[in-house]
Design a protein around this ligand. Structure first.
Ligand SMILES: [Zn+2]
Length: 286
């Protein structure tokens, strides 16, 4: 359906295999036909900033240029935020500071850029956070409960047309304990449980909810390379009906049945009824 308001939940470092095994709420929506699920292949390198930029520009890192987490530069337009703003719509984000850097202002000012309300940038309403001084014994902050409720508060106060919700807890826990650990699996269940509480609220407010990840995580607690466990992630479209597991066919990804992460940006724009720029060459999923 065109012209919908969209929430994109971006769960950092949620790999395909553990997602299907631990996300009981989201998989229950698929089983009940209320959500569609694709296996998606991340861009390379399978790192945060490259994938964040690709998820919103629809271009590979080799083209958009954000090929390392250590760059302090904005993503090139057009992207989902800029297209929505050019159409007179409002955008919002509850996200880690790299999103503020990519889409609002660079370099990131840890005081001035932490919160934006009715701002002039691509993100109209922003609530950003950092992972400064995260440790192995305190890795999963900010908590997913607070992130989801902050997103609900932005919807209640501002009714943005596009809202990004970005959780980094699984990534932090995965780096500390590895993907083959109780801690990583439990943290995945934790956000799935928070989404079980939040998604019905967002849907009742008129939003279509998409859920995906930037990259996976290896058993030793790393990502960035081309291993399957680092690259394959889920993409859920909580569409309400005609759901189920989807086959991406031969064309969508590097392996049969998969779709490319570059399809996310044009999918969002199509669902919102917005024009898809020529730089976004992957076919939309919806
Ligand atoms: Zn990471």
């Amino acid at each position: 359906m065109a012209g919908r308001k969209i929430v994109l939940v971006m769960i950092d470092a949620l790999g395909w295999v553990p997602a299907r095994a631990q996300c009981g709420y989201l998989m229950g929506l698929v089983e009940a036909g209320q959500a569609r699920l694709w296996r998606m292949r991340s861009v390379l390198p399978s790192l945060s900033m490259p994938a964040y930029a690709s998820l919103h520009t629809g271009r590979p890192p080799a083209e958009h240029g954000r090929v390392s987490n250590d760059l302090e530069a904005m993503a090139p337009s057009p992207h989902v935020f800029s297209v929505a703003r050019a159409a007179g719509l409002t955008t919002a984000a509850v996200a880690e500071r790299l999103y503020a850097l990519l889409f609002n202002a660079a370099p990131f000012d840890p005081v001035e850029h932490l919160e934006v309300t009715d701002g002039p940038g691509h993100v109209t309403h922003g609530r950003f956070y950092t992972d400064v001084r995260h440790t192995r014994f305190n890795p999963h902050v900010p908590g997913d409960h607070d992130l989801c409720n902050t997103a609900s508060l932005l919807i209640r106060r501002h009714v943005p047309d596009y809202l990004l919700v970005h959780s980094t807890a699984i990534d932090s826990v995965g780096h500390a304990f590895g993907a083959d650990s109780f801690e990583y699996r439990h943290q995945i269940w934790n956000i799935d449980n928070e989404l079980a509480l939040a998604v019905p609220v967002w849907r009742a407010a008129g939003y279509r909810v998409l859920v995906t990840s930037d990259h996976g995580m290896s058993a030793e607690g790393r990502h960035g390379g081309a291993e399957d466990g680092m690259r394959t992630v889920p993409f859920w479209d909580i569409c309400g009906q005609d759901g189920g597991e989807q086959d991406g066919g031969e064309a969508g990804g590097e392996q049969a049945g998969e779709v490319s992460q570059l399809a996310v940006a044009p999918t969002i724009l199509k669902l919102m009824g917005l024009p898809i720029p020529a730089t976004m060459r992957e076919a939309p999923l919806a």
